[in-house]
Design a binder for this molecule. Sequence first.
Ligand code: WT7
Length: 657
Amino acid sequence: MSLIESTVHDGLVFPPPADLAARAEVSGMDAYQALIAEAARDYEGFWARLARETVTWRKPFSTTLDETNAPFYKWFEDGELNASYNCLDRHVEAGNGERIAVIFEADDGTVTHVTYRDLLQRVCRLANALRRRGLKKGDRVVIYMPMSIEGIVAMQACARIGATHSVVFGGFSSKSLNERMVDVGATALITCDEQMRGGKALPLKSIADEALAAGGCAAVSSVIVYRRTGGEVQWNPKRDMWLHEITECEADICEPEWVGAEHPLFILYTSGSTGTPKGVQHSTGGFLLWAAQTMKWTFDWKPSDVFWCTADIGWITGHSYIAYGPTAIGATQVVFEGVPTYPNAGRFWNMIARHKVTTFYTAPTAIRSLIKVSDADPSVHPKSFDLSTLRIIGTVGEPINPAAWMWYHEHVGGGRCPVIDTWWQTETGGHMITPLPGVTSLVPGSCTLPLPGILAVVVDETGHDVPNGQGGILVIKRPWPSMIRTVWGDPARFKKGYFPDDLGGKLYLAGDGAIRDKETGYFTITGRIDDVLNVSGHRLGTMEIESALVANAMVAEAAVVGRSDETTGEVVVAFVVLKGPRPEGAAAEKIANELRAWVGKEIGPIAKPKEIRFGENLPKTRSGKIMRRLLRSLAAGEEITQDVSTLENPAILGQLR
Ligand code: WT7
């Protein structure tokens, strides 16, 4: 709270640039308010209008929202469409086939341009090849690919034939990949020989081989391999096939599979408060509508724009704002294979200058790490590059602290580009609370106001509204088209986790805390209220990491908490009790390293604990409950001010401090 009040007080409010506002898709506060009023007057009519204007339907829908089986809401249910048709064919049919869809820059700097016509052709060829292998509507295809044109083509090709894709981030381990393939019931896997990042090759195919061998994957009968590096791979001729070989002989035309609006376009796994990740299931119609609509509203997309979202297709941001949103509106976008620090920390700025990027969307962690480096080395500082083409810059994935916001605004945005701090989640499918570049006066550290049609509010534990200025739980009051439909294979978990009875069963629980400014009503996100960490914008479940740790033969017990970190937002701190004696000194360091590597193998390198502390026990109440609050204070190195009288074993604190 004090943050917003003090920034407002200090005059740190940035009104929208007048010229941008004048030409913006949503131009000025009155236009925004008019949209809000339209949604308030006729909620369904509002969404129906957008869905008709933004999406091309094969068969128009006659009902907008079906609430009969709430919270399993249905949108535009009897409408039929195809996502890939919307993202590709309709632009070619409109005469925009020669427009550049993707400017792909490889890790080593090689640039490839792909037009909408090219992209459609590639998607059709792969879609035909998938059909030839018996894949059809409703089948699940796992995609384990690096950032690549082929990755986008794979997603679109699945959409074209009505297969539901599930992309697994290339940084996940073979075990994580195996679990996801099993849970989703995959019958095909699309992967790559090796991934190139920062000049290093990472063997995706061999990780995939391990995952396939780990059991439960007998149904995966086709493994399609994109040859990226030509590095050596193991080959199972019964199952493995090269992408370039199977697409070579296919036709350039592929009739899309027209699907109902509720047909699952994709399932994307994300972490929650239990030990197992959940498959967030998204629809076709509602998802596509919001991915496209938010491109127009939040990014104020214009045909002359060059859009660049630096996310990976393995996360929701890469689904909504690389694979589907930009293509759905016919945008030209940069797709980048590599990392921001290779060959040096000026890579982002250098690429913005070379590709004349107008709209740049990245994570606060990336900004914070680049601030550090460019403070020490002026040659990689954004001011050493011509960033004058930029007009809108955005952030996503975690809170952005005001200092990083100011640096981004000044040095990347040249003081003239609105900083669009977008709050949303895997489950929401697209932006929810965000400034609009031609509308909103910005306050660093606040994601400002909900988009039209999104009824975000802050409530207490019983689901009642709290007044502005008072912290609480962030909820969404009404269903919206791009919302999660269910947790794949576990509808009870969906209902319990997102529409809990404690809150009355009708409010969507985001899992974040929030507070609204007294005067402006602006939202500031105060962080997760559940056992979910946010490390570099990546969502990690503490329980998942704990399960991974206790799966190690040395470990008796483990508790994982987050500690705030200047660069990555949070880091993972693990408190571990070994089966043997408590190790000290060099022995402790050695075991800690082994356990870190173990977690990397079990989940993926992103989940490795930064710090591991050993104790003979964990601080517990007399009923045996681990006192996590206490562990968080210990991890942060804070003085213990909590009441420890309920603690069974106070002596343990000394060991863990
Ligand atoms: C969680 C969702 C949004 C796509 C990428 C991450 C946090 C996200 C913001 C923001 C503060 C944010 C929340 C949210 N988060 N954006 N602008 N300000 N926090 O998607 O992995 O589903 O994570 O990321 O805690 O719940 P995700």
